[in-house]
Design a protein around this ligand. Structure first.
Ligand code: DAH
Length: 340
């Protein structure tokens, strides 16, 4: 038995050595290692051996099996390599042909705008705080001083996940998370991110969009700090000569609340189609953080004050580039995206 096993190994290895074409490889494999191959035949014969002979023969058969398998894998590599070299040598394959170019991509206009905004605020010492897009009703509304059934909730049409969880309608709930994590230390952060509103999609409104929220909490922070910060931002983002206009407004989470306008970048406050002949463009809602919100965030409003603002990202980019339809930002149409 052992003799016939050894003979089989020799024969198999010799046959393998003689193979020079890839299509002969599977034929060899079937003949020696396949289910109906020679080695399987020998293994079947093991049953006929005596109990003393069987272990040694079994062990040898397994050794041969792995030797043949190893030799097969090696030969397979050699044959393929040789065939490739032959085909290169014959000129059938021109390895000097240039490859197909990979089309380089570039950043989306929203991403570029966001990065520029981050950069400007970073220069003023603002860190970036990332908060989740799926929020609790509590953070999105209640802790921002918008209790259930408060008429201010009408300002936000909401995608509800269930009774207590929403897709955030604004980046403001991040204020609560940031304050709860940071107190009792001062805060200077921006909170950029995606927001969602259950709104009809039109050229001017999408159901998803970016906002950048700002929050500063400290000792003796005043509304003039807010206005100065926004002025600096407007000048860095939209040009040195920019001027701001402040109007009073209302938000449940700020007191007092203001609306910040910037002179129109196209007509420089003379009046044009873009600014609807007012000369001014709205850039942010803002205000001093409401004492209730400070307290909800863990800060004593007797000791701490702060300002907050919230601004859109797509709208200013639309103004800058004369984009007339906000839906382009999410349609993924390369003809649009390649322009920026
Ligand atoms: N969250 C407001 C909105 O989505 C924007 C806003 C206004 C944010 C005033 C603020 C703020 O932080 O102080 O319409």
């Amino acid at each position: 038995m052992l003799d016939s096993l050894n003979a089989l190994e020799r024969e198999g290895l010799d046959a393998l050595e003689g193979i020079s074409q890839a299509d002969q490889l599977p034929v060899w494999y079937r003949a020696y290692l396949g289910r109906k191959g020679k080695l399987t035949d020998v293994l079947r014969g093991l049953g006929a051996l005596s109990a003393e002979q069987r272990p040694a023969a079994g062990r040898r058969a397994n050794e041969i099996k792995s030797a043949l398998e190893g030799a097969f894998a090696k030969r397979q590599d050699e044959v393929r390599e040789a065939e490739l070299e032959a085909s290169i040598a014959s000129g059938a394959l021109d390895v000097t042909l240039p490859g197909r170019p990979v089309a380089p991509g570039h950043l989306h206009l929203s991403t570029r705008t966001l990065r520029r905004i981050r950069e400007i605020f970073a220069e003023m010492g603002f860190q970036v705080y990332e908060a989740p897009e799926v929020e609790t009703d509590e953070n999105n509304f209640e802790l921002l001083n918008i209790p259930p059934y408060h008429p201010a909730r009408d300002m936000w049409d909401t995608f509800w996940i269930d009774d207590e969880v929403v897709l955030r309608t604004h980046t403001s709930p991040g204020q609560i998370r940031c304050m709860r994590e940071s107190h009792p230390h001062p805060i200077r952060v921006i909170l950029p991110g995606k927001c969602y509103r259950y709104e009809q999609v039109t050229p001017r409104s999408e159901h998803q969009f970016y906002q950048v929220e700002g929050l500063a909490v400290g000792h003796g922070i005043r509304i003039t700090d807010l206005i100065g910060t926004m002025h600096e931002f407007a000048r860095s983002m939209h040009g040195e000569q920019r001027r701001l206009r402040i109007r009073s407004s209302y938000f449940p989470f700020t007191e007092p609340s203001i609306e910040i306008d910037m002179d129109c970048i196209l007509c420089v406050a003379k009046g044009c189609r873009v600014c609807k002949y007012t000369g001014w463009l709205e850039i942010a809602g803002a205000g001093m953080v409401h004492p209730v919100v400070l307290r909800n965030g863990g800060y004593d409003p007797e000791e701490w004050t702060g300002f907050a603002f919230g601004m859109g990202v797509e709208r200013p980019a639309m103004l800058h580039h004369g984009i007339e339809d906000i839906r382009h930002f999410y349609n993924n149409d390369l003809r649009f995206l390649r322009q920026f």
